[in-house]
Design a binder for this molecule. Structure first.
Ligand SMILES: C[S@@+](CC[C@H](N)C(=O)[O-])C[C@H]1O[C@@H](n2cnc3c(N)ncnc32)[C@H](O)[C@@H]1O
Length: 454
């Protein structure tokens, strides 16, 4: 049951369109996913599965799929070939449009839908910082970064205000996908309905203003900041943006392409200071194939007072020579060596992304690409490395059918004759994990915590 106060607010907001809005609660949900551009891409996947239907017009790699399909229970999901993501939720990262080589921050990132989309657009180049304030959610975020084979992400767990002190004028692009009252998700989430109240809207609006203050500090002059919510509440959408712009004359709203079904923000509601809000974007469930969303693209002027990009000190890491066992593993198993600097966290080894900032004082869950662990006189490759690598980059590989992949994912050993050692296991050409062959038996190294029966 939708809260009566919510319905009254929507009636006031929408006027004669209210009936269409209300009718949208009776239509079925649209199911969508986004193809991982780091793994083979759309063309490859469309040849291998038959459940992809129309494209999501505003997002590269975005597709609707049939209601009968279960892509979340397909081995390709575990291989990170796609991310199941609501179509409207693909708009903010598409509007941020990061480019390879940039420094990008996703400030409110868990569970990682938009982070993984940003990573795809960056094509593995540059630095993607994914932050999540809640420790448990940050772990889920880190797992999704791993599943999608992203090597250039730093996953951290901080309050935005702390990061603002660490990273003044540091990022080229920032996404603030703010915690909100979630009205746009009422069609899908009973929990969002149960938590709704006018007081919560006020609380969310205040929190959004605080988060944006921190984001503003971290953006370089000339950089782009995208703010998004999944709520209809004007206080959290145009209201948050207009109060931000009043405080920050160095920011202005950027015009973006509005796809059919997207409208400008509600410049007419309440106070006159919401003028100009037609440059923001509202996505309505009764006008397009997606849920309710709000997006604002803000640009910081080139001549902003805080001046040039604050580069800070970069993490130096250690060289290949200082990681002997990894060097041996790499020579033995990889066709193309992974170059760069490394960092050790206890026995764990990571390859640093380019432009990695100094990590001291940060709560880090993932400092780049997880390569593996130093065990007694040997190196054990990480699951993250398997998902990052493509079969053509590894000397020993074993490609499985969908059925074989299901038993691999459930932890079964496989039988195979061949040279002893590590094998990259893949399913129809997509990397899935590691196996270690000895005496005709491939020991299963798919992580125990991820094993599942499909
Ligand atoms: C809308 S969700 C983000 C969804 C994510 N961007 C995605 O696409 O998967 C908002 C996130 O903000 C986090 N959050 C809550 N309070 C916060 C705060 N005060 N500062 C920063 N983030 C906060 C929540 O834990 C939540 O993960």
């Amino acid at each position: 049951m939708l809260p009566e106060q919510f319905l009254n607010r929507m009636k006031n907001l929408l006027g004669e369109e209210y009936a269409d809005f209300l009718a949208s609660y009776d239509r079925p949900n649209f199911q969508s996913l986004r193809v991982n551009l780091l793994k083979g891409g759309e063309e490859d996947l469309t040849k291998k599965v038959n459940f992809l239907k129309d494209k999501v017009p505003w997002a590269e790699g975005g597709y609707y799929y049939g209601n009968e399909a279960r892509p979340g229970r397909h081995p390709f999901h575990e291989a990170g070939v796609y991310y199941i993501q609501e179509a409207s939720a693909m708009a903010p990262a598409a509007f941020l449009a990061p480019r390879p080589g940039e420094r990008v921050l996703d400030l409110c990132a868990a569970p990682g839908g938009k982070s993984t989309q940003l990573a795809g657009a960056m094509r593995g180049k540059g630095l993607l910082v994914c932050n999540e304030i809640h420790p448990q959610r940050a772990k889920i975020l880190s797992g999704n970064i791993e599943r999608m084979g992203i090597g250039n992400a730093l996953v951290i767990n901080h309050e935005p205000a702390y990061l603002a002190k660490r990273f003044p004028a540091y990022f080229d692009k920032i996404l603030v996908d703010a915690p909100c009252s979630g009205e746009g998700m009422f069609r899908k989430s009973q929990e969002a309905i149960a938590e709704w109240s006018p007081e919560n809207i006020e609380m969310c609006a205040q929190r959004q203003r605080d988060i944006l203050e921190s984001a503003a500090v971290m953006l370089r002059a000339g950089g782009r900041l995208v703010y998004s919510t999944c709520t209809f509440a004007p206080e959290e959408d145009e209201g948050t943006i207009s109060s931000f712009l009043k405080k920050h004359p160095e920011f202005y709203l950027e015009e973006v392409e509005k796809y059919p079904g997207m409208t400008g923000g509600m410049s007419s509601v309440q106070e006159t200071d919401r003028e100009g809000m037609d440059k923001t974007v509202r996505l309505w469930p009764y006008k397009l194939k997606g849920e309710g969303h709000f997006v604002a693209c803000l640009k910081k002027e080139d001549e902003a007072k805080d001046g040039a990009l604050e580069l800070g000190i970069e993490e130096k890491g250690i060289s290949l020579k200082e990681c002997k066992e990894w060097e041996v593993f790499q020579d033995q198993y990889l066709k193309v060596p992974l170059s760069g600097f490394y960092i050790k966290f206890g026995e764990q080894l990571y390859l640093l992304p380019e432009k990695m900032p100094l990590l001291a004082g940060l709560k880090v869950l993932r400092p780049g690409l997880h390569l593996g662990a130093f065990k007694k006189n040997r190196f054990e490759p990480a699951h993250g490395l398997a998902l990052f690598l493509k079969p053509k980059e590894v000397k020993n590989t074993l490609d499985l059918s969908l059925q074989e992949a299901s038993s691999y994912l459930s932890g079964q050993t496989l039988l195979k004759e061949g040279e002893k050692g590590w094998y990259l296991i893949s399913v129809e050409g997509y990397s899935l994990g590691w196996g270690k062959l000895s005496g005709g038996v491939m020991k299963n190294h798919y992580p125990k915590g991820l094993r599942l029966c499909l």
